[in-house]
Design a protein around this ligand. Sequence first.
Ligand code: NAD
Length: 372
Amino acid sequence: MASNRNLLVLPGDGIGPEVMNEVRKIIAWMGKKRAVGFDIKEDLVGGAALDKHGVPLSDDAMKTALEADAVLFGSVGGPKWDTADFSKKPERGLLRLRKEMDLFANLRPAKVFDALVDASSLKPEIVKGLDIMIIRELTSGVYFGEPRGRHINAKGEVEAFDTQRYTAPEIRRVCAVAFELARKRKNKVLSAEKANVMYTGVLWREEATKLHKEKYSDVKLEHMYADALAMQLLRAPKEFDVIVTDNLFGDILSDEASMLTGSLGLLPSASLGAPDATGRRKALYEPIHGSAPDIAGKGLANPIAQTLSYAMMLRYSFDLGKDADMVELAVENVLKAGYRTGDLLVGNTDGTKKVGTQEMGDAIVKELDRLV
Ligand code: NAD
């Protein structure tokens, strides 16, 4: 069935293909029961691409990604490729996608499911009902700023240096994503930087404030230093709705926030580019976990993060919010019913049922069936 929805699926390495198989079941279900079809292409990325093509992402796959409406990505890497040349490491495939698709806004929700409130390392009352979204700038800042490198300095010492650099438009475009998203949530944005000690922090705060005044004054905007936010996320995370911050701080704070929810196996993400003339953004959706070589091939991986990445894709790339809600509700209900992959068996496990990757995927599809 021609669908006008072009999707590129890149399962990758390790548990990537295993968890992607479970999402395929949901895609098939959606096509059959909700008439939500996709024109799907599939390609290799990471170590799998390196083995076949000698590069972690072929030019063909890159071209397909640029033409697709969305890319659904699994995970890359593993010990087999640890000794690969730096420029050919599996992760370079993902970095190439992010760079050439110009995916500058990385969205990472941290949501605590009621059924898993015990899995968090924080007290249940602190995390119960938590639902925040961290937006990390992804294509600029200290990971890309020039000059960078290492040399022997005038004193004869080895010296290494990186440059934190942001332009006003780079700050404005990621803050705009945060404001737009907040309007669909609780209408609150917290912008985090280090304006007390960094020039880029001062510019970040100025631009966020200016943009807010110009276009988004209906949204509540607050500012906080990134180190203070690191503390607040542990003390009272529910005070926040949308958090927007730079590449470096976002890297750290989004990892911290993800741990509030208990397991890597649950967390999806979206990376978005600029809207084109039709309003469509290039987009890539992926779980935040890696290829988990320790459990790969054993049928133990939790497919929920990949499933929720697919739900984010429905919502943000295809405006299928109701279908996304349905997938998320099915996941929540399956957890409520006690289904647990190994990574979720922490804290109180009374009334739970240990399942593998496929059983978890099947349980989600069965619950979708019940919901319609
Ligand atoms: P990882 O996320 O792969 O695994 C960390 C731990 O979490 C492991 O014990 C793993 O078994 C567990 N885990 C992760 N996902 C799980 C899931 N869905 N279900 C159950 N348990 C899960 O991180 P790592 O061990 O640091 O890295 C392994 C490889 O993945 C490395 O090669 C790394 O470079 C790569 N990596 C890739 C990505 C990506 O593709 N975006 C991200 C992070 C790491």
